[in-house]
Ligand binder design. Sequence first.
Ligand SMILES: [Zn+2]
Length: 255
Amino acid sequence: MFPDPILRKKCRVVRRVDMDKARELASDMIETMDGAGGVGLAANQVGALQRVVTLHIPGDDEAIVLINPEIRDTEGEREIVEGCLSFPGYEGMVKRSITVKARWLDENGSKMKITTDELIAQALEHEVDHLNGILYTDHLLAHEKLVAAGTYMEDDEPHMHDVELEVHADHSDEGEEPEESDIEVVHSTIKFSDLYSESAVDQMRYDLRREGFLAEESESVASEHSHSHTHTHDHVESDDPHLDGGVLLDPEHKH
Ligand SMILES: [Zn+2]
């Protein structure tokens, strides 16, 4: 998550001998990306400095793995709304190419290439930027700042989806064919929406504003602040008018 310094690091090229490791990393990344409802993920977003990207274009059955992806050529310019899993809850208007030519190795080491537009082009530029330590906030249009996710598009889906899991636990003895009674089915929900604590979100808002990525106190932010302030105040009230949360509130003793 922003502002973790690893997001500003350049990822290393995956060598042939490290393809197995890259494959393993990619499968973890697909889980994380799909779990968070993301379109793309770069390895440094999950703490690995490898040139590995995963993409899952909405509507496609499968996610794809891109090892050592390179943008070969771009054409045209467009302004488009973008978000990033490293900045949960925000989106911004950026400038991207219309057409993108890219090449990479797939998880088997086969050479792949594509000339594409629309969302895939945008995602390719976004993710290859990540591998070079570049964030989409670097491309924000001069007059634009980040805004709360969903501001630009009314039908925008929430960035964090909860994931329903059905786990089949096999309790049969090793080597024996499991019977139906040996299989325990456990349902669980991963609440990705709970992954980021309120304090982490507050911290990110502070860091974003300090970097100038965020507009000055917007209305919604301002009202949230005054709300939490009121809450804090209620919390420390005391029957003794001189005591407020253990602090003596005597005007004569104020420094
Ligand atoms: Zn991103």
